[in-house]
Ligand binder design. Structure first.
Ligand code: CP
Length: 310
């Protein structure tokens, strides 16, 4: 299992299919605790260090919730502006100090590779909560858990990834994981926001063939899951480029009518899913966000303690 050979979760590629299946199984055991139906102090006395150099609502708060639901505590900062980074302290030294205080570190950073750099600098487990346009592996684990809980399986599926596939770290991680599970995929994006070539190359090396298209209508009938992402304004070097494609896709009930799929989204959304979808059997993104708690409880328990006494 993961903790026997792997102290960090930086990329989804750090995990095997067996590891992922195991984490999803532990998450199921965590769900009653996440729903406040059962209590646990399995991580009592343990401390999680949170280094958030980029804004976050779900990832940060669900990690905090997960730690506290298991009896542990959290320390850290929610933006670099309140840390000694403003006085010139580098990432290495900041992480080293937090590793002296905490039993594990969760880091979100705008630079791709920052989480790996921190993992190489400290002795405690490090979890990547998103590094620039790189990876967001714990989001992928909760995405898979959502499919397992709602669709009932993580294989024999067709998943269509829509939106900003170039800068979207959630879809980069998810594409690798879905490939591991042998899931059929379609990639739908404007030409300017296609999935990066290195990801396509890796998928092709894994023997996975993916359909790429700009036309969302062409994938609806065959999709079990429509995984929608936000066009990420903050990653565009040229604001005019963003303006041209920001409204490329709008998922509304007219588009979804007659289909038999669920709509997922890592959130936050901006304009890409109409509010009318929220309270229908299609819209599952709020449940998806909840599943971040049991999945992150499983990850924290496995990396910090591996107690199995939940
Ligand atoms: N899904 C996700 O990473 O959301 P936050 O940016 O709010 O953490």
């Amino acid at each position: 299992m993961v903790v026997n050979h792997q102290k960090d979760i930086i990329s989804i590629k750090d995990l095997s299919k067996k590891d992922i299946d195991y984490i999803l199984k532990v998450a199921e055991k965590m769900e009653p605790i996440a729903r406040s139906k059962k209590r646990s102090t399995v991580l009592g006395g343990k401390m999680l260090g949170m280094l958030f150099y980029e804004p976050s609502t779900r990832t940060r708060i669900s990690f905090e919730t997960a730690m506290k639901r298991l009896g542990g505590s959290t320390i850290g900062f929610l933006e670099a502006g309140v840390s000694s980074a403003t006085k010139g302290e580098n990432l290495h030294d900041t992480a080293k100090i937090i590793s002296e205080y905490a039993d594990a570190i969760v880091i979100r950073h705008n630079m791709e590779g920052a989480a790996r750099y921190v993992a190489d600098s400290v002795d405690v487990p490090v979890i990547n909560a998103g590094d620039g346009a790189g990876q967001h592996p714990t989001q992928t684990l909760l995405d898979l858990y959502t499919m397992k809980r709602i669709v009932g399986k993580t294989k024999d599926l067709h998943v269509s990834l829509v939106g900003d596939l170039k800068y979207g770290r959630t879809v980069h991680s998810l594409a690798y994981a879905l490939a591991m599970f042998g899931v059929d995929m379609s990639f739908i994006s404007p030409r300017e926001l296609r999935m990066p070539k290195d990801v396509l190359h890796d998928l092709s090396k894994l023997g996975v063939s993916v359909e790429e298209t700009e036309n969302i209508n062409s994938v609806l009938d065959k999709s079990d899951v429509l995984y929608v992402t936000r066009i990420q304004k903050e990653r565009f070097p040229d604001p005019e480029e963003y303006s041209k494609i920001k409204d490329a896709y709008m998922i509304d009930l007219k588009l979804l009518k007659g289909t038999d799929l669920i709509v997922m989204h890592p959130l936050p959304r901006v304009n890409e899913i109409a509010y009318e979808v929220d309270n229908t059997p299609y819209g599952r993104y709020f449940e998806q966000a909840f599943y971040g708690v049991p999945v992150r409880m499983a990850i924290l328990d496995l990396l910090i303690k591996n107690s199995e006494e939940i």
